[in-house]
Design a protein around this ligand. Sequence first.
Ligand code: URA
Length: 262
Amino acid sequence: MLSLRQQQCLHGMGIAQWRKRTSIAASEAETIPSSPTDSAAAELPVDQSPTTVPVEAVTTAIEPIDPVDTEIQATSPPVLDHWDGIINSINACSACELAQNCTQKVPGIGDQKAELMIIGEGPGHDEDIRGEPFVGRSGQLLDRMLAAIGIKREQVYITNIVKCRPPNNRDPKQEEAKQCQAFLRAQIEQIEPRVILSVGRVSAQHLLETSQPVGKLIKDMHQLPGSDIPLKVTYHPAYLLRNPSAKAIAWQDLKLLHKLLQ
Ligand code: URA
């Protein structure tokens, strides 16, 4: 936590401060369960250290974009009927302001014929640097959650609602998610997953086209609209890092997922 004086100094230097992802915690907080009831849930790793990122990291993450490249990219029509086309189209996209500010696109990673597809919200700082979804602290927890039901990261396909990092870890805007929707739909069509795991409020609300709170969505099984693919909602790992007691519910979700995949 920066002191008031440090904050004033940074402000004076024109450096934006990194903020915690309070939106997820705030909107999901209404559903915090009392305490873990299952020993396996209790074993899911607990990590309560702050999730802020050093200011230096923020200031080095943004690189200028080449205006000539942008012009060429903007004119290329997306080709979404095969994998290379999808990835190239994502990498070439400049349809919204997120593309202007990210270090690189984060299309997704994993088995392109995976039975389980995991869809998060959008890349964070670490993902933006690495070009791979869920590689920061949230990603490490996600990996351990999967391992708890015997699934390796390489066996699933992991992606996000938006493929570029929203600045200051803000939620993706409706129009940004809409711009990315065709890419996500094309990825789902290629993968044909048996089950989708939607992690967190932003992912669940976009996928299910609803504004219902995640605490409600988590209680039911869903289907991806316009398809017969079963969709399970669970808490975002970032939320679980802040609210370890919610791991009891996440563990129930994981067990259900395991059952669906058998
Ligand atoms: N949070 C997400 O929703 N996606 C990521 O890739 C990383 C963190």
